[in-house]
Write a protein that binds this ligand. Structure first.
Ligand SMILES: [Zn+2]
Length: 467
């Protein structure tokens, strides 16, 4: 049922080198007893993460969750889903592409924040908050897929999660992910408060929920996980509408600059996940402007001629020299064209201009430096990748490049520790411990690196009983 897009093709061969831009990670899941590898389509992208974080920040603050340091996790899945678990907010790329305005996705974030603030699903959230790695998250996502599959009776969807863990499916059947009707009403009320407090309209939330409440979406072949976990009876929508319309901000629209960032995000996801023609489908009203131009440049980078892609990226940079992601795209194109030194320069500009200080851009910069093969550049690559990881410890592919860079510099212990970290954050603890132990033998006892290796060796998986 799902079309194989370039991104999903990339995902299918996770573990090999991936280019920058939308970086896909592989997560391995180990369940009680047996290790069971399963790749999870988590997408890393500096631009999208920064935007979604900008959407979430004021809402979380209004919800009293401003200091809880919520991570945004993007899931490469075309169905609509968004949920918060532990310190992590999961948003499917499908939800981002479907939402035509920032306000629509902000409304969903507000509703999810209402669930956290209300302490709904507290037990599950506590488990997730304790989890040190993404492995548990993968289990949860598998569970979500199983829920959707079971509810919709769609074999393909059920298979996506069904292979993960019987325990997960069982938990899902008990409705661990689904919210109670009373919790939905509470979350709606809270969401309205947060939107009011931040001077935003609840119209977007209403639009999203109406879409799910409509008979049309229920009779369709695909059931979105969001619909399954958030029951939406008509009376709930009607109440919400009355309250939303009472707000003085109901008719307020998103700032133009934010809408542009949103359009650029949508077109990027669409082109990556749905192919070359996707940009045109999003901007069918012919109102694309800069976002359409961006989509065209990305499509040319992915599917076309690098020289032409570079010209298009140059034009974007010329039109808007302060946009870090236009420089990032230039970097991506130059990497693909096997011009790593110039790519490094482009990424350096992106890093410098990025207000969100994303670790992803630093790692891309480091990766390009590494590709030049020059001793001096490799030393700088180590520095940049480490800086990127300081911002973002769970950037799994970064550890691979780091290990490679250390290896080329002859720093074997550091290379082994980086490999151990990569396995650790992938949830492959056994391998992580093996590499940590190897690294430790070459390290000075009690040094920071030695202590970190010891932490990995001593790590006990949450929820795992013995061994
Ligand atoms: Zn809900």
């Amino acid at each position: 049922m799902q079309t194989r897009s370039p991104l999903s093709a990339k995902l299918a061969r996770c573990g090999r080198g991936l280019t920058a831009g939308l970086v896909a990670l592989c997560l391995a899941v180990s369940t009680a007893g047996q290790a069971l590898a399963q790749s999870l389509p988590v997408v890393r992208d500096a631009e999208i993460e920064a935007l979604v974080r900008d959407y979430a920040r004021p809402i979380l603050k209004a919800a009293g969750l401003g200091s809880s340091n919520i991570n945004i996790v993007l899931v490469n899945d075309q169905s609509f889903n968004a949920f918060v678990a532990g310190r992590r907010m999961f948003i499917n790329t499908g939800a981002l592409v479907t939402s035509e305005t920032p306000n629509e996705i902000i409304g969903v974030i507000a509703h999810e924040a209402g669930h956290i603030a209300g302490g709904h699903q507290e037990r599950l959230r506590q488990q997730l908050a304790r989890a040190q790695t993404m492995a548990i998250v993968a289990t949860l996502l598998g569970m979500g897929a199983a829920v959707a599959g079971a509810a919709g009776g769609v074999g393909g969807v059920a298979q996506a999660g069904g292979g993960l863990a019987m325990g997960g499916a069982e938990m899902a059947r008990r409705g661990l992910l689904g919210y109670q009707r009373t919790e939905e009403v509470t979350a709606d009320r809270s969401a309205l408060d947060y939107l009011e407090a931040t001077g935003q309209s609840a119209r977007g939330m209403l639009i999203t929920f109406k879409r799910f409440a409509s008979a049309l979406s229920l009779s369709g072949a695909r059931v979105d996980p969001y619909q399954v976990s958030h029951p939406m009876p008509r009376e709930r929508i009607a109440n919400l509408q009355t309250l939303a319309e009472a707000s003085p901000y109901f008719n307020k629209t998103d700032p133009e600059a934010l809408q542009l960032r949103h359009d650029m995000m949508r077109v990027k996801i669409a082109v990556y996940t749905q192919g070359q023609g996707a940009a045109a489908r999003i901007f069918r009203k012919g109102s694309g402007g800069l976002a359409a131009q961006y989509g065209d440049a990305i499509a040319t980078y992915l599917y076309g001629n690098p020289r032409s892609a570079l010209q298009k990226a140059d034009a974007l940079v010329k039109a808007n020299p302060k946009n870090p992601y236009f420089h990032e795209l230039r970097g991506d194109i130059l990497v693909k064209a096997n011009r790593p030194a110039e790519a490094a320069q482009a990424y350096a500009s992106a890093v410098k201009l990025d207000p969100a200080k994303s670790g992803i851009l630093r790692v891309a910069y480091g990766q390009a430096l590494l590709a030049t093969g020059k001793q001096e550049s490799i030393e700088k690559a180590v520095d940049e990748i480490n800086k990127g990881l300081e911002r973002d410890r769970e950037n799994i592919s970064a550890y691979r490049y780091l290990a490679q860079a250390y290896g080329q510099l002859g720093q074997v212990a550091e290379a082994e520790l980086a490999t151990a970290e990569g396995y650790f954050y992938s949830g492959v603890y056994k391998e992580a411990k093996v590499f940590a132990a190897r690294a430790q033998m070459k390290m000075k006892r009690g040094s920071p690196a030695w202590v970190r290796a010891q932490d990995i060796i001593n790590y006990k998986q949450p929820g795992k009983k013995k061994g």
